[in-house]
Design a protein around this ligand. Structure first.
Ligand code: AMP
Ligand code: MG
Length: 316
């Protein structure tokens, strides 16, 4: 299959509307989109990524008016989060509208919904004939793609089109809040921080699985290995004296250890989040064997960076 690369949201939407699979830029990471009612395209999304069929897809909408086509039973907590954070890097898990195919939600009675803010994503979604199911546009298990070139490298020949945009401005996947039960729960940390969310809904709790939930995690994707480069990820605290071997990389906020070959010192947590996955990809491309990563605290977007680092290092 030939993969078309285009700058035209109109051309990309035409391809999706005729049953194609299209990668598109968003502010979090690039997404791999298919029309939710297009069974063949949904199958192709799972197949191209090598994504397990029990890991549901997030449904992307252009406007809040489309919410009713996707979800039902929107409680007052969800309503407040929608008012405050849509469009933006927040996914809400809601009771699903029964017309959404099971292949999209992996048979769950809930659906993850997001309304992106990135202008190219919005232009694309506005031209799509309905809601678009889209996981991250990368091979399953690898770090998410924050640049179109990475999407192309992972998926060319397996998808119909890449809508080319700027590198993702956030670089980390969306925050996910489960609003389908009685207590809203943070399932995945992201750029909308727990502090921002609790300022709107103080009762939001962290996702601590009860013993009987452990076999069926609330967020099915969390049980799979994630975000990992081929290199070994080692975590370090700032200013630690590290002896690095040959062929090591470093990313963090503090001064890098002596001898690291590929280095990214970030001036703040936002830059750290934006650069992390593309740094992992760069290290793999340059044959780096060990990547030292400074582990930030759980404050603000540090929580999301910490979560991705713990997973990438196999500690979570
Ligand atoms: P990705 O699109 O690759 O960032 O992955 C989406 C994440 O959202 C995965 O971890 C999914 O398991 C999770 N997700 C999607 N839909 C739901 C849902 N209905 N309930 C819980 N988690 C979901
Ligand atoms: Mg993903």
């Amino acid at each position: 299959m030939q993969t078309i690369v285009t700058d035209s949201a109109e051309e990309a939407a035409k391809i999706l509307n005729s049953g194609g699979v299209v990668a598109f830029p968003t502010e979090t990471v690039y997404g791999l989109g298919a029309g939710i009612y297009c069974a063949d395209a949904i199958r192709q999304v799972f197949c191209a990524k090598g994504r397990p069929g029990d890991n549901p897809l997030i449904v992307h909408i252009y406007s809040i008016e489309q919410l009713g086509d996707v979800a039902g039973d929107i409680n007052s907590g969800a309503q407040k989060l929608i008012e405050q954070f849509f469009p933006g890097p927040l996914t809400l898990v809601l009771k699903k509208n029964p017309q959404i195919p099971d292949s999209v939600t992996a048979g769950l009675d809930t659906v993850g919904v997001r309304c992106p803010l990135n202008p190219v994503a919005r232009e694309f979604l506005r031209r799509c004939s309905g809601p678009v199911a889209a996981p991250s546009a990368n091979l399953s298990g690898l770090p998410s793609a924050t640049r179109w070139e990475t999407v192309y490298g992972d998926l060319h020949g397996k998808i119909d089109c890449v809508l080319r945009g700027e590198p993702s401005s956030i670089g980390l996947e969306s925050t996910i809040i489960d609003c389908s039960g009685s207590v809203p729960t943070l399932l995945r940390a992201g750029a909308i921080t727990l502090e921002q969310l609790r300022a709107v809904l103080p009762e939001i709790r962290l996702n601590v699985p009860a013993a009987d939930e452990e076999k069926v995690p609330k967020c099915p994707g969390l049980k799979y290995p994630h975000y990992a480069p081929k290199a070994t990820v080692l975590l370090c605290e700032g200013n630690e004296k590290i002896i690095v071997g040959p062929s090591s990389g470093y990313i963090g906020l503090s001064k890098p250890p002596e001898g690291a070959l590929v280095v990214k010192v970030c001036s703040n947590l936002e830059e750290y989040g934006r650069e992390l996955f593309s740094f992992f990809r760069r290290c793999d491309a340059e044959g780096i064997k060990v990547i030292y990563c400074e582990l930030p605290s759980n404050k603000g977007i540090g929580r999301a960076i910490r979560d991705r680092l713990l997973r990438a290092s196999g500690k979570d």
